[in-house]
Ligand binder design. Structure first.
Ligand code: AHR
Length: 499
């Protein structure tokens, strides 16, 4: 049985727990919006047509900041189409996902929906195919209190209060040839810098995100970030990272170690951003908005040629059904984001409902939690205060994709009156015996210990079996004389809350 020793010291603070790390993403893609969060005919719908069964699950998920409305969708989007009287809103073709957009749900509806879920709105603007003036118009419509044409239009449209959007993404994945209006790093960096300067002339306190690479595998990765920031450094606050993981060719060991790739990705982007900053003799630091991360069985989607040949509204797209192993990796990726919360200060699980999502729905039917829902919701609930860097002594194993990987990974958070430890066991066969020295946290009592695991690591929650996989109390956890011991099943994710 693998054994691991973990030391936790209250002084080893990385950074505060950033609530924005528990963000997610709502794109006009597939059924994320239509029959996901908005379905006027659904039995649970409120007077606005919002599915209240989904609202309840989103609240339980504990997502904080929600990125909207795309994604690739945003690069063909005219925001004006999505506001005002519904019967006047145009139906458009969405080239990104080859489907129809009815615009029956738009910015004002989303802002109203966010109030029900206590979430913050993070907007993406289309600078790929539109440009600076439409971005400024959207900013005026969304944030100006009143007394201008566009703010008064928002008021006339039923939103008297400004939406007060703080975080704005300047386009999406602009390095990707699949992106409508994709650009070179030079062209994008110049445009992002100019757009950011203009937006900050309207409101200097905005937090603006320049697009980083669509993934660390892009041929331009590294150079893209450097070039974009050389143009836009003074005007933007964040550079984005996007990463999707999946199990390749049955190599579960490598998949379970995906967090190592995310870790390396973040370190590389931070180093690149700081390089540009040092060269400019700037004291400003650019942080990371990890505004798309998740598991995505992209290879299977590509192989199945799942392309809409017809123009349909809200077709089923990217409805990945997640396994126990996927949930363990999601939990581990979230731990990695926490460990980098000195520089990764915002992140979005992509996405929220139906599309690569922790929450699934059936039109006219139920809503349920995918396996990945649990590590996200439990971490969001328990992590508070400051993130602590653990010292971990654990055996390692070889992976084809990431080299040597520790069998056990962990991170902790500590607040005034409580602490939490999050753990994964990546071993495919064996439980891991863990000893954690918590004397440095001053913790004396276990409040709860919860583990997600299953004898079938590919077990899933489905419409037919919505609660096939749920977390359970880990009864092996014990705390005596400042030493916590716990056994972690193979391929498992665990959270321990301490008083
Ligand atoms: O989240 C799905 C898609 O993945 C997004 O639209 C795009 O930004 C990324 O490629």
């Amino acid at each position: 049985m693998p054994r691991a020793n973990i030391q936790l010291d209250r002084q080893a603070v990385i950074a505060p727990v950033r609530r924005r790390l528990f963000g997610s993403f709502v794109e006009h893609l597939g059924r994320c919006v239509y029959t996901g969060i908005y379905e006027p005919e659904h039995p649970s719908a409120n007077e606005d047509g919002f599915r209240m069964d989904v609202v309840e699950l989103v609240r339980e998920l504990g997502s904080t900041t929600l990125r909207y409305p795309g994604g690739n969708f945003v690069s063909g989007f005219r925001w004006e189409d999505s506001v005002g009287p519904r019967d006047k809103r145009p139906v458009r073709r969405d080239l990104a996902w080859h489907s129809l957009e009815s615009n029956q749900f738009g910015l004002d509806e989303f802002a109203r929906w966010l109030k029900l879920t206590d979430s913050e709105l993070m907007l993406a603007v289309n600078i790929a195919t539109r440009g600076i003036l439409p971005a400024l118009d959207l900013l005026e419509y969304a944030n100006h209190p009143s007394g201008t044409t566009l703010s008064d239009l928002r008021i006339a449209n039923g939103s008297p209060e400004p939406h007060n959007v703080r975080m704005w993404c300047l386009g999406n994945e602009m390095d990707g040839p699949w992106q409508t209006g994709f650009m070179t790093a030079d062209d994008y960096g110049k445009l992002a810098g100019r757009t950011a300067a203009a937006m900050k002339a309207a409101d200097k306190d905005l937090e603006l995100v320049a697009c980083g690479s669509s993934g660390s595998g892009m041929p331009t990765f590294g150079d893209w970030e450097r070039t974009v920031l050389e143009h836009a450094y003074d005007h933007v606050d964040y550079i984005s990272c996007h990463a999707y993981y999946q199990e390749h060719d049955g190599d579960l060991g490598s998949f379970l170690a995906s967090a190592l790739d995310m870790d390396h990705f973040i370190d590389t982007v931070v180093a690149t951003a700081d390089h540009v900053g040092y060269k400019r003799r700037s004291s400003k630091k650019i942080n990371i908005s990890f505004d798309e991360w998740n598991i995505w069985y992209l290879e299977e989607h590509q192989a199945s040629q799942e392309v809409n040949t017809e123009w349909r509204h809200a077709p089923r797209q990217l409805e990945d059904v997640y396994t126990v192993a996927d949930a363990v990796v999601v939990g581990n990726l979230l731990m990695t984001l926490l460990k980098h919360s000195d520089r990764v200060t915002s992140a979005s699980l992509a996405q929220l409902v139906n599309v690569l999502a922790p929450i699934m729905t059936e039109p006219g039917g139920p809503a349920w939690r995918q396996t990945t829902f649990y590590p996200f919701s439990i971490t969001s609930r328990l992590a508070s205060g400051e993130v602590i860097q653990p010292v971990i002594e654990a055996p390692v194993y070889d992976t084809a994709r990431h080299g040597e990987a520790p069998v056990v990974d962990a991170v902790a958070t500590v607040d005034e009156d409580r602490a939490a430890v999050f753990l994964v066991n990546r071993d495919l066969e064996e439980p891991a015996q863990i000893t954690i020295d918590v004397r440095g946290l001053g913790s004396s009592q276990i409040a709860e210990a919860i583990t997600l695991a299953d004898s079938d690591v590919y077990a899933k929650n489905t419409l037919a079996e919505q609660d096939r996989v749920t977390p359970a109390a880990n009864t092996s956890a014990a705390l005596a004389d400042g030493v916590l011991t716990i056994e972690l099943p193979p391929v498992s994710w665990t959270a321990i809350a301490l008083h």
